[in-house]
Ligand binder design. Structure first.
Ligand SMILES: NC(=O)c1ccc[n+]([C@@H]2O[C@H](COP(=O)([O-])OP(=O)(O)OC[C@H]3O[C@@H](n4cnc5c(N)ncnc54)[C@H](O)[C@@H]3O)[C@@H](O)[C@H]2O)c1
Length: 294
């Protein structure tokens, strides 16, 4: 743990969806590494229990789909922080539902308007978190590159569904590919504010996100799970190394990597001179009304 914690001591970190599952693992690892952690979750019972158990953790009730809740969350985190600064934000809150966009109504039945709650939580909620994270990071670090900028980092949570074909889940896949899209956009400018943005994409991990039946099916077809500890070690690794920006890490479990996580190098097109040339023109031509950074 020590190897991965130098950059984390006393740094204030927000973890959304931090009361259970992978979020809880991130919270526990961060606290063990000496960070001060603000847990934002709908689950009040579990959140309060964690706050009582962990010195250095504070729970804030928050529905990430609600903008005002998130504004209050960031205000509370800044007040909780000894120096008023928020260093790291892990936009982890996410859900997986039976996908009504995919579901067929049945012969002779009219299609019904699909429930898009997955978009609300996984995408809209994360956009709110990202907006507030970059607001605080820029406010703290200033708008111009300087030696005095302190490391800040936004972590977006993808999934295997952020780069693999996952049948029957167009909504979930859309939200998880979107995390990479957001990262690709933000990584170009965040660095000018002394900030970083990275994606963590977990393989299957046994949490509450799927039903017991779903997890039994995964087990029955012989698929190996990743562990929450693989994900939390990956988080500490990224936060501790301030040279990591604009990368996607896959929480592979031990089947594909002895560490349990790896950079699959999916996000760049090194050696592909055609895409590199198109990318160069894209960066040059992107609208600049939000400000020029170079
Ligand atoms: N477990 C996996 O296999 C797996 C795989 C890939 C990606 N992920 C991603 O990891 C993240 C965490 O998933 P998990 O497996 O720990 O799930 P989980 O269901 O065990 O925990 C999710 C937590 O988020 C909270 N939450 C849900 N909606 C919220 C909202 N609107 N506002 C605030 N909190 C909310 C829940 O109360 C819960 O505490 C999600 O983004 C998920 O998509 C999980």
């Amino acid at each position: 743990m020590d190897m991965e914690s130098q950059n984390l001591k006393n740094k204030t970190t927000i973890v959304t969806g931090g009361a259970n599952g992978l979020g809880e693992a991130y919270v526990r690892a961060l606290v063990a590494a000496g960070a001060l952690v603000v847990i934002a979750d709908l689950d009040v019972l579990k959140g309060r229990k964690l706050e009582e158990e962990l010195t250095g953790a504070k729970f804030i009730e928050c529905d990430t789909t609600n903008w005002d809740d998130q504004v209050r969350l960031f205000e509370a985190a800044a007040s909780f922080s000894p120096n008023g600064k928020i260093s790291f934000v892990v936009a982890n809150a996410g859900i997986h539902r039976k996908d009504e966009v995919f579901a067929y109504a049945g012969d002779g039945k009219a299609p019904e308007k699909p429930d898009l709650a997955t978009i609300d939580v996984n995408l809209i909620g994360t956009l709110y978190t990202s907006k507030l994270a970059s607001h605080y990071f820029i406010k703290q670090n200033g708008q111009h590159s300087s030696e005095s900028q302190e490391d800040t980092c936004l972590i977006l949570i993808g999934s295997g569904a952020a780069f693999l074909d996952c049948p029957r889940a167009p909504q979930y896949c859309a939200t998880k590919w979107a995390m990479r899209g957001m990262m690709h956009s933000l990584r170009r400018t965040a660095y000018f504010y002394g900030s970083r943005v990275n994606v963590i994409s977990p393989w299957y991990v046994k949490t509450n996100i799927l039903s017991d039946e779903d997890f039994a099916h995964i087990t029955s077809v012989g698929v190996q799970f990743a562990e929450t500890s693989d994900a939390s070690q990956c988080l500490l690794h990224i936060l501790n190394d301030n040279t990591i920006n604009g990368r996607s890490y896959f929480i592979s479990g031990k089947k594909w990597s002895s560490k349990g996580y790896m950079d699959l190098d999916l996000e760049d097109y090194q050696g592909n001179s055609l895409v590199e040339s198109i990318q160069e023109d894209q960066v040059k031509s992107a609208p600049v009304e939000m400000g020029l950074f170079v």
